[in-house]
Write a protein that binds this ligand. Structure first.
Ligand SMILES: [Zn+2]
Length: 236
């Protein structure tokens, strides 16, 4: 009898020998002997030796393993990328929550100047082919427009600073600082207590400047931070 026929018959016999199951009351019990043995894999070609068959199979298996490990690597890379994106989103979310909490307390909650146009954003930028980090946001507005304190605090710097021109720095407490550069005229002095929306200066183009604007910076625990998030929430 052909081997495949023997196996099929054996399988059928084994299946019919299994106890009938009453699904509602009994759990079937299988003895190890009831499980049919797996059929032997034979070479498809009668002339092929067992060795060459095994060899061919091994090559196929290694190829499959290689392909699987390449797939795994691609998936791992994609997962790492996703994790990085998730972390970025999480940071963004935390920053938004923090800005919202500050804004509710009236800190960094106002616009430094009304009716502005963003002429340069925070972050990396290229000027004459040279990459540099812009530590603030440039808010273009007509010369002489009022520059406001974006929250209550104490003036810690007021005067000429190289690059920044006529410059004001306000300490809002809790590690938060705001800075205003390129003003034409200052209305505060070091040590002054200011309230939110108090006029602290006039828009100008002093220092390194190509057109009247407020260079506005926000620092958190000594680190520069993107002021945009606060501007987006500021009442206008
Ligand atoms: Zn700037």
């Amino acid at each position: 009898m052909q081997t495949w026929l023997k196996i099929s018959l054996l399988g059928m016999m084994t299946v019919s020998a299994l106890p009938l199951v009453n699904a509602s009351t009994e759990t079937p019990q299988y003895a190890a002997d009831d499980v049919p043995a797996l059929p032997q894999i034979r070479p498809a070609d009668k002339g092929q030796s067992a060795l060459s068959f095994t060899q061919a199979n091994n090559d196929e298996i290694s190829e499959a393993i290689d392909a699987l490990s390449r797939q795994a690597q691609v998936k791992e890379d994609a997962l790492a990328q996703l994790a990085a994106q998730l972390e970025e989103k999480h940071d963004e979310y935390e920053q938004t929550q923090e800005a919202l909490a500050l804004s509710r307390r009236g800190i960094l909650a106002a616009l430094p100047v009304d009716g502005y146009r963003v002429s340069s954003n925070y972050g990396h930028r290229t000027i004459f082919g040279k990459s540099q980090f812009h530590k603030g946001i440039d808010l273009a507005a007509p010369a002489g427009s009022p520059v406001y304190a974006t929250g209550p605090g104490v003036v810690t710097r007021a005067g000429w600073v190289r690059g920044y021109g006529q410059f004001v720095e306000i300490d809002h407490g809790a590690g938060l600082i705001s800075r205003y550069g390129h003003n034409s005229k200052l209305h505060v002095r070091v040590g002054d207590r200011v309230s939110m929306r108090q006029r602290i200066a006039d828009v100008g183009c002093t220092g390194r400047c190509t057109g009247p604007h407020v260079h506005y910076e926000v620092l958190k625990n000594g680190q520069h931070s993107d002021p945009n998030i606060h501007l987006a929430m500021a009442s206008r």
